[in-house]
Ligand binder design. Structure first.
Ligand code: MG
Length: 456
């Protein structure tokens, strides 16, 4: 088996333990080597400790390989991605561990189209990393220094706003709670909402690498205090980002945390009606709720189910064209802006949607089909998890199935997904059904199949 560095979303690890300065230097030299000499590369970071350290190291490694480095410094991942594409950079490097706990950091590589590099390019970077076949240019060809590039944030905010009917939204004078998790979303989302005439209440908006307000992953539990603030201040809604602001989780005006696939369903329906010229397709991973099909099918929009992982969704959206792409965790992709997850763009679209519909967000969520949900996992190695998937598929063979990543079984009033995790030795189980008993019944069947496989 070949050695691997990249996980599902870049290289990640605990700072100075799993991700060391030496590794970052080798990685930066390898990344520089895959781009042509003289390429322009934009570098940015989120608020995490180690981010400054890794940025200096990455810049040094890139310069040694003969590329020109531009330093956007603190910036959301979607802003860096947009600017790479829009300003004609050859690539980008983002230093972030997204939603991981504070002790983590990571490095991801962005291609000239503003999307993470595809798997085959990651394999090339890994090959250069392990073989040490770095390109080292002569001293005369070294860049003098990295060029500071603080305008990246302005370019991004302006681009997001260009897709919104500002006059219509400003008239409504919305009240919005913004919780950027003490990280880089604080640099863009309050500005976007303010430019759209909203009254803003910020929560956890001072930059702090210890994430004192909440963990950088937006979950129902981690957002309980923010949700209370939304309800008590009478805000129209709240938006909470993860550590690099590519995700946006919505809290509705009743203070309920709404999961990303429900928000995406509301947005996708709105966009399908607003942009009849866009190809009648929406892209998401099998881990999303089938509520998207319930709502979009009657409108003649196809839901394309893909493997879990945002890069695959982005690339399919570009290749085949569509209305949007999304992940159930709050990553929403609006292709007319940029086909990657983008928390700031999602916030702006929500404001536009709310300005045009004569309803509250809570009313819109309540109109969606209601499901009872269970998400759980059972520890087991990958081989066993694969066997459980096969047996579950066999057991439910009379139902519609999607088998591109584990098995997703879709019935009339329920659906469930059973899949081996890509990152830990566990079997992941997600079940949704119209009634609670059905959820419990399905969970019991899946658990007993898993038990049989484990004890065998
Ligand atoms: Mg993220």
């Amino acid at each position: 088996m070949s050695r691997r560095l990249f996980g599902t979303d870049g290289v990640r690890g605990i700072v100075n333990k799993e991700l060391t300065p030496e590794m970052a230097l080798r990685l930066a030299q390898a990344i520089g080597t895959i781009f042509d000499e003289g390429s322009r590369i934009l570098v940015g970071r989120d608020v995490r400790l180690g981010g400054y350290m890794f940025k200096q190291i990455v810049i040094a490694g890139l310069i040694s390989s003969g590329v020109k480095v531009y330093d956007a410094d603190l910036i959301p991942t979607p802003a860096l991605q947009y600017v790479v594409k829009a300003e004609g950079f050859d690539g980008g490097v983002m230093i972030t561990a997204s939603h991981n706990p504070p002790e983590y950091n990571g490095i991801k590589v962005i291609d000239s189209d503003g999307i993470e590099i595809p798997r085959d390019k990651e394999r090339v970077v890994e090959e250069i990393y392990f073989s040490g076949r770095f390109r080292r240019v002569s001293w005369r060809s070294l860049a003098h220094e990295a060029v500071r590039y603080p305008e990246a944030i302005d370019i991004y905010v302006k681009a997001v706003l260009s897709h919104i009917d500002k006059e219509v939204v400003r008239k409504k004078r919305f009240k919005v709670v913004i919780d950027p998790a003490n990280s880089v979303g604080a640099l863009t989302s309050p500005r976007i909402a303010r430019e759209l005439g909203a009254k803003i209440i910020t929560v956890n908006s001072n930059l702090d690498p210890f994430f004192p307000g909440r963990i950088p992953e937006p979950t129902v539990e981690s957002l309980s205090e923010t949700a209370k603030i939304v309800a008590e201040t009478g805000a129209d809604f709240g938006v909470a980002h993860d550590g690099d602001a590519d995700r946006a989780i919505v809290i509705d005006n009743k203070g309920r945390v709404q999961w990303g696939d429900r928000t995406a369903t509301i947005l996708a329906k709105y966009l399908a009606e607003k942009h009849p010229d866009l190809p009648r397709r929406v892209f998401t991973a099998v881990s999303s709720s089938t509520v998207i099909e319930d709502v979009l099918r009657p409108l003649g929009v196809e839901v394309v189910w893909l493997k879990v992982g945002s890069v695959g969704i982005s690339r399919e959206l570009v290749k085949r064209g569509g209305i949007c792409g999304f992940e159930e965790n709050g990553g929403f992709m609006y292709p007319l802006h940029h086909p990657v997850r983008d928390g700031g763009m999602t916030l702006a679209l929500l404001l536009q949607l709310l300005a045009e519909e004569n309803k509250t967000l809570a009313e819109m969520y309540d109109e969606l089909p209601q499901y009872h949900v269970v998400k759980t996992k059972i520890p087991m190695d990958r081989d066993k998890a694969v066997r459980v998937v096969e047996r579950v598929s066999e057991h439910f063979k009379e139902y519609r199935q999607i088998t591109i990543d584990g098995v997703k079984v879709i019935g009339k009033d329920f659906w469930f997904l059973v899949r081996p995790s890509g990152t830990e030795p566990v079997l992941r189980i997600m079940i949704e059904a119209r009634d609670k008993e059905k959820v419990n019944e399905l969970l019991k069947v899946i658990k007993s199949i898993a038990e049989e496989v484990i004890t065998k």
